[in-house]
Design a protein around this ligand. Structure first.
Ligand SMILES: [Zn+2]
Length: 176
């Protein structure tokens, strides 16, 4: 289980993305699907999951938002996003499946409000800063509790990686 509070306590500057060699055939450690092209702290990740790990990336607050979604772990959320993004790629505007995918994305996006209610922000960088200052006894008190906070990559992230995401999503959906 990817717990943002524990993950965001990594040493300052360590949560940035590195490229995997293009011929590496690696499954994503978060969603379990094929097509990891990046690593964060040596964890192989796909483009859908990477924002949940890369809190030290320059534009993380523009590319991703905190949402409150305790029902899903980060990998399940990524698989839902992959499905919705694939639908947007292959269906036409106005088509019911296209509209349904947009509704799912809007619903997820609206969960930023619950993150604000819980912790006062939906900016990943602010959470990163706040948890890095938690005393060890605060972490001990949590024991193995995992936070219900998740990271939602937003439209700006999709737009920045349009081509690579199209390739990733098409490859995943290609019939064997
Ligand atoms: Zn992934």
């Amino acid at each position: 289980m990817h717990d943002l509070v524990a993950h965001f306590r990594a040493p300052k500057g360590s949560l940035t993305t590195q490229e995997l060699p293009p011929d590496a055939q690696t499954a994503c450690a978060c969603c379990g699907l094929a097509g990891a092209t990046l690593t964060v702290s040596e964890t192989p990740l796909c483009l859908v999951c990477a924002p949940a790990y890369a809190a030290d990336e320059d534009k993380i607050d523009q590319h991703a938002a905190l949402i409150w979604l305790p029902q899903f772990d980060q990998g399940t959320l990524s698989r839902l996003l992959s499905a919705a993004w694939t639908t947007l790629l292959v269906s036409r505007v106005g088509n019911p499946t296209h509209t349904h995918a947009l509704t799912i994305l809007d619903d997820l996006s609206a969960r930023r409000v619950a993150a604000i209610e819980k912790i006062g922000t939906y900016y990943p960088r602010r959470l990163r800063h706040a948890v890095s200052t938690l005393a060890p006894h605060h972490m001990l008190k949590r024991q193995s509790a995992a936070s219900g906070l998740r990271i939602l990559p937003v439209a700006a992230w999709r737009e920045r990686h349009t081509d690579a995401l199209s390739t990733l999503l098409s490859n995943r959906n290609r019939a064997p």
